[in-house]
Design a protein. Structure first.
Length: 341
């Protein structure tokens, strides 16, 4: 039997993320949280900080929710029943099947993107592989192909085949163990299957963030459950209609949300990044206040922290670039750093 905890972590990390990207995160994660108990009791900032850069951050939060359920309902032992596993937060049909087949040798077939591509080619399946009709057909085919002996090894072999040989472009058919059985290869369709899906249209948006410095500390805010990247810390930001008017909008946001009035506002840096199908241009401003902060130093949703303390907080990629810029400015001997005086 393979350790179900490590299988679970790897399978969740591999959702929407390539193996090469996952490996260093996986090793660091298991080193920091070596057990279900350690994960369940982890500080959310430490958990998100370790996950930062891996994307799809709800996966990390669901891992902890599931760990707490396992601790509470299964006495810290990973459940072996497929129905119990698939009921955990963040675990769907594929992930549950992968865990119970690999860790416990149970006969459950898997169907991820790699397996779908292999089956669509071997069996010459047309249509969108993510459509409900084709999905049902592919699941049925995967279950029919699954051998009763060592199902976990078979599942991993097919997943590996799709990842390394039956690739999306220029598949290596000559070294494929199923090259004789593959109907797509027989009819010269391997480059055309599975059929290409329409890509989601990207949306361009503009945001403005503000770096406020007060008596050696900077204002950071935690993102709410109504926002993407929930639980991460950031410099206060707001979505704006475009580049024009961004300064006035971010000043108004600071006044309404934190009760602070801006004295001066200057551009600091512009960051371009992406979240899912959004292409975001983030204008970052640096500001000085007209009034003192008073007693509003630390609240649940925002804090005033020193630059050297920011390493303790989980920032998503764009906010981390702002932190890096502040550190660069602070360490520069040639450039005056007005906010760090």
């Amino acid at each position: 039997m393979t350790d179900p905890y490590s299988v679970w972590i790897s399978e969740v990390m591999l959702q929407q993320t390539q193996v090469q990207t996952v490996i260093p995160y996986y090793l660091k994660f298991l080193n920091r949280f070596p057990s279900i108990t350690a994960l369940a009791e982890a500080d959310i900032d430490a958990l998100l900080q370790l996950w930062a850069g891996l994307g799809y951050y709800s996966r990390a939060r669901n891992l902890q929710k599931a760990a707490r359920i396992i601790l509470d309902q299964f006495k810290g032992e990973f459940p072996q029943s497929y129905s119990d596993v698939v009921a955990l937060p963040g675990i769907g049909r594929y992930t549950a099947a992968a865990i119970v087949s690999i860790a416990f040798g149970q006969p459950y077939a898997v169907l991820d993107g790699n397996v779908s591509r292999v089956l669509a080619r071997v069996l010459r399946v047309s249509g969108d592989p993510k459509s409900p009709v084709v999905q049902r057909w592919l699941w049925a085919a995967a279950e029919q192909l699954l051998p009763p002996a060592r199902p976990g090894d078979f599942n991993q072999a097919v997943m590996e085949l799709g990842a390394t040989v039956c690739s999306p472009h220029q598949p290596r058919c000559l070294v494929c163990p199923w090259t004789r059985e593959c109907l797509a290869r027989r009819y010269g369709l391997q480059e055309l299957l599975p059929e290409r899906m329409r890509r989601t249209k990207t949306r361009r948006s503009f945001e403005a963030a503000i770096v406020i410095h007060y008596r050696g500390r900077f204002l950071i805010a935690r993102r709410s459950s109504q926002q993407l990247l929930e639980g991460f810390w950031e410099f206060p930001s707001v979505e704006v209609g475009g580049k024009r008017g961004a300064a006035s909008m971010v000043s108004r946001m600071v006044a309404e949300r934190f009760g602070l009035k801006i004295k001066t506002l200057e551009p600091l840096i512009t960051i371009k990044h992406s979240i899912t199908s959004r292409r975001i241009e983030l204008q970052v401003f640096q500001a000085k206040l007209t009034t003192s902060v008073g007693s509003r130093l630390n609240k649940t949703d925002h804090r005033w922290v020193r630059l050297r303390e920011m390493a303790r907080y989980a920032f998503a990629a764009a906010s981390q670039r702002i932190v890096d810029e502040l550190n660069r400015v602070a360490g520069s001997s040639t450039k005056k750093a007005p906010l760090l005086d």
